[in-house]
Design a protein around this ligand. Sequence first.
Ligand code: PLP
Length: 394
Amino acid sequence: MKYNTNFSNIAQNYLFAEVADRSAKYAAAHPDKKVLKLGIGDVTLPLAPAVISAMHTAVDEMAKKETFKGYGPYEGYDFLRQAIKGYYKDFGVEIGMDEIFVSDGAKSDLGNILDIFGTDNTVLVPDPVYPVYVDTNVMAGRKVIFANATKENGFLPMPDYSVDCDIIYICSPNNPTGAAYSVAQLKEWVDYALKKGAVILYDCAYESFITEKGAARSIFQIEGARGCAIEFYSFSKIAGFTGVRCGCTIIPKELGGDGLNANKLWYRRQATKYNGTPYIIQAGAAAVFTKEGMAQIKENIAYYQANAATIAKCMDELGIWYTGGKNSPYIWLKCPNNMGSWEFFDLLLNEAQVVGTPGAGFGKNGEGFLRLTAFGSSQTTQEAVSRIKKLLSK
Ligand code: PLP
């Protein structure tokens, strides 16, 4: 019997534990000071009333013999896939019902999708980025190489044809940098993937935060993407489903290679290992796309966007370089005076009692940067911003 020794190759990520530890120690030593947290990557507003009402109705259906539901379709109920299809159609992307696979969230699918790929593929991951992409591949023993995201390229690395790879991760708008690719920039990635025979795994978890016209909302807005891309959609940030759990993966029917079809492989994988997203959750998720649900959800997103704008304005006033804030709930800023990520984290905590997330925890190129998030309350955000201004304009 052998355990999977690849697990010993996963770098221990102490980022959030260390942030929590330093903040807790500071709070314990200074009980009179109010610590404001702008580090959280989780939503804070409650679910929209339309979602709650749809879930209540679904619970009641489960209580009656005539409407009770047992195992559902592996790929999700038609009513939800139809609603997702309609949402994409509204911004000009046509996807087939049989290309949509409902799941319990993007994180699970991003990890699970690797079941359909061989372990000898080389994987290209941007640095810095959401740590799940690297860890899931290291667990499976795949070779991971990095595309450098830097201040010089606006944290949006572009393809380098001298690099060969088989699987490419793109997260746009990005966590942690908040940077979002334009349709024109993504076209370059699609062309590169097609040339290399690679597959793009496109994570659009923050799509609902896009405000700029040229920014891409889906990889399938790009010509040629159906031949090289899989998209991961999440209800977490659009509708506050982080604790409810729902997402979907979109795999074009024509995607495949080695005589195998990616859409069919994924169906087979899900049918074998997943018994479907709960009916009650899917009923709530479908309500997101109703007229009433969408209006309520947009109000919540606007609330976070206003916080992001407040933080971005503060950085503009202080002359601090940053990405994000416009198409994203994240503001990724260059630490002033060339401070290191943790050095600036400590300064903010000790002198302004504001908690951010040190960029160094997201990859080597994150050193010297800090992430602030817009998911707090409006009051907390405004207070934090005025403390930061006071501290840095001294
Ligand atoms: N992708 C990115 C880039 C994220 O930042 C997150 C959560 O923070 C997820 C995916 C997870 O999405 P879900 O809640 O649907 O699993």
